[in-house]
Design a binder for this molecule. Structure first.
Ligand code: ATP
Length: 309
């Protein structure tokens, strides 16, 4: 559905997109995951031909994207990071206005507006003006305005930033429902948990480049970490840490404030082996837990830094 090839965007001498490549298939919830400033919004703005770029090619629905390709744009719904609604209009009127840019038939539009209101759970606020709404409700209104016309492609740029947990869950459930109803979704975020929860495929980006693409499972399989074992309240010395380092599958150990973190490549019986070893050495310990890799581990291994750095 979307091909982005070798996209380069510079702001003056600063390279915001550095030969970015993306392929998005129809029916996906595609996550663009990257830290603040990695180029997500710039990529979206180039994709929509809202920004000129220096190099590269973009096709959407098999057609080359240009600023005046309204035949492409009419099938796209966009929810940008900053809420953009009219203060002087009610919730209902705002959604009706934006939907009216695409749907001229009044009866059909009424149906679509009602559906968008139900969908974002804004029924009791339909007559309210935006300034009476909380941050979370305002974001839901912003989403309703972007999706009411039921576009084939929906692009959401960090729709859950600064949103309360209740609204956040509603937004995430809503996105999955839109996808089930047939829309392809592009979802940008720097929250790895959200991306992991809803996206069928993910591109990890940093410094305007795609570092890795795949399903969550595929991304996790690309890295060395298969399991992280954390052991609390353990008194370890250099000697013990050195011995632990020689156990099978162990490739990284950190020890701070009596908390031992051991990263291992995948393998069977890792946890049992570590605990047996500590018992043999007569080392006491507190809580123990083993975690499978997260997208943060993927990001950490690929870039050497945490996603929220
Ligand atoms: N108009 C501009 N002029 C100069 N630099 C810009 C401009 N817009 C963005 N940038 C820079 O380009 C880089 C990419 O920004 P962009 O907003 O695309 O990142 P992002 O991943 O969407 O981050 P965020 O989550 O903070 O929005 C950042 O370093 C940003 O400071």
């Amino acid at each position: 559905m979307i091909h982005i090839e070798n996209l380069v965007k510079r702001y003056g001498s600063f390279v915001a997109l550095d030969h970015l490549n993306l392929q998005i298939q129809e029916g996906e919830i595609f996550g663009l995951l990257g830290p603040n400033g990695s180029g997500k919004t710039t990529a979206i703005c180039c994709l929509l031909a809202l920004l000129k770029y220096d190099k590269g090619q973009i096709t959407i629905f098999g057609k080359e994207m240009q600023p005046d390709r309204y035949d492409i744009k009419k099938d796209i719904g966009v929810v940008m990071q900053n809420v953009a609604v009219f203060e002087q209009m009610s919730v209902w009127e705002n959604i009706d206005y934006f939907c009216g840019l695409y749907v001229k038939d009044k009866a059909k539009r009424r149906e679509l507006v009602e559906e968008a209101i139900r969908f974002t759970d804004l029924e009791e606020y339909r007559k309210a003006r935006p300034k009476k709404l909380s941050g979370g409700l305002l974001r839901r209104l912003n989403i309703a305005c972007g999706i009411a016309h039921k576009p084939r492609l929906i692009i959401l740029d960090e729709p859950t930033v600064a949103v309360d947990p209740q609204s956040r869950n509603k937004i995430l459930e809503g996105i999955q429902e839109l996808n089930r109803q047939g829309s392809t979704i592009i979802y940008t975020s720097h929250y790895m948990e959200e991306v992991e929860q809803i996206c069928s495929r993910i591109a990890i980006i940093d410094h305007g480049r795609v570092l890795a693409t795949g399903t969550t499972e595929e991304l996790k399989n690309m890295i060395k970490t298969g399991e992280t074992i954390t052991i609390e309240a353990v008194a370890a010395d250099e000697h013990l840490l050195e011995k632990l380092q020689t156990l099978p599958h162990v490739f990284d150990i950190s020890y701070e404030k009596q908390v031992l973190k051991i990263r291992l490549s995948s393998g069977r019986h890792n946890l049992v082996r570590i605990l047996n070893f500590l018992t043999e050495q007569d080392i006491s310990f507190g809580r123990v837990f083993s975690e499978l890799p997260t997208l943060n581990d993927v990001f950490l291994e690929i870039t050497g830094k945490k996603l929220r750095d």
